[in-house]
Write a new protein. Structure first.
Length: 289
């Protein structure tokens, strides 16, 4: 766990990386720099989307640093154009600055470009190309960027752009999971649950699903509920299923049929206890190294 001093030190380093002084930089843009570096999309959305009073001075500093060739600033400026934060919304300018950042070595931008090639993006003239997607994701993963490590793991697991290889998938999922990245933890749980590249182990699956679910990952919450249901722990399964549904999942492991089946296995008191627990529950994000 980082101390407050180490967190302040991290912010100073981030500010130096994009080329503007710490004494001049504070507020939402400073927080956006940290969120961008960590791949915290939810935090970026909270900070930047639909804000009536953007930090225009901070945006100007980012623009200057981007024009000077600072990769992280270029990537963040692209995000500003995508969100319309302090600048007019412009998806083409987003892609222009994101590609520049990726080419200059920004791991978040490389990962973003990898996702564009994974899914294809006609707005930018990008055809789906798993090999290019893998190349860009690997560049970011090699820098220790957890979201990209998770993506590389997925590509090895699914055989997208590379031969299917569960051992390599495990390697990259574990790297992401060990950094506290919820999706990587959930993915590692899946590997143990299914026995892909590793002996099937429900205890390990529970351990990793629980870590991700505790951070608020709705897919891990759904998977954890399913695992616990299969193991006969119906009250805890019901609790995690309720959370997954509250986070917007209503199919598969948390469908109405599954929920009704779980409710039939519980006493009224058990149902009420799980419902109260779900209402009061708060996620506990993991601090990454």
């Amino acid at each position: 766990m980082h101390s407050r001093r180490s967190m302040r030190t991290t912010k100073w380093i981030l500010l130096l990386l994009i080329g503007w002084s710490a004494s001049a930089a504070s507020g939402p843009v400073e927080d956006a720099v940290a969120a961008y570096k960590q791949g915290d999309t939810d935090k970026l959305v909270d900070l930047l989307v639909d804000k009536d009073a953007p930090d225009l001075a901070g945006v100007s500093r980012i623009q200057l640093a981007a024009q000077q060739g600072k990769a992280e600033a270029q990537g963040l400026l692209g995000i500003f154009y995508l969100a319309g934060y302090g600048v007019p919304k412009d998806s083409k300018k987003y892609f222009f600055w994101n590609r520049k950042a990726a080419e200059n070595g920004s791991a978040p931008a490389q990962h973003s470009l990898g996702l564009s090639y994974t899914n294809g993006d006609k707005d930018y003239g990008i055809e789906k190309d798993y090999q290019k997607a893998y190349q860009w994701n690997l560049k970011a993963a090699d820098q220790g960027y957890a979201p990209a490590q998770d993506s590389v793991g997925l590509m090895h697991r699914a055989g997208w752009g590379v031969p299917q290889d569960y051992k390599k998938a495990l390697f990259w999922y574990r790297k992401a999971a060990d950094q506290g990245y919820a999706s990587g933890q959930s993915s590692l749980g899946l590997m143990y649950r299914e026995g892909w590249g590793v002996p099937k182990n429900d205890q390990e699956a529970y351990f990793w699903y629980r870590k991700a679910a505790g951070q608020g990952d709705k897919y891990a919450q759904s998977s954890l509920g399913s695992l616990l249901n299969d193991l006969g722990n119906y009250q805890e399964a019901y609790f995690w299923t309720l959370l997954a549904r509250a986070n917007g999942i209503y199919y598969g492991h948390v469908s109405d049929v599954v929920l009704a089946s779980l409710e039939q296995k519980l006493t009224p008191a058990q149902r009420a206890a799980a419902q109260a627990q779900a209402r009061d529950w708060k996620p506990t994000p993991t601090t990454r190294p």
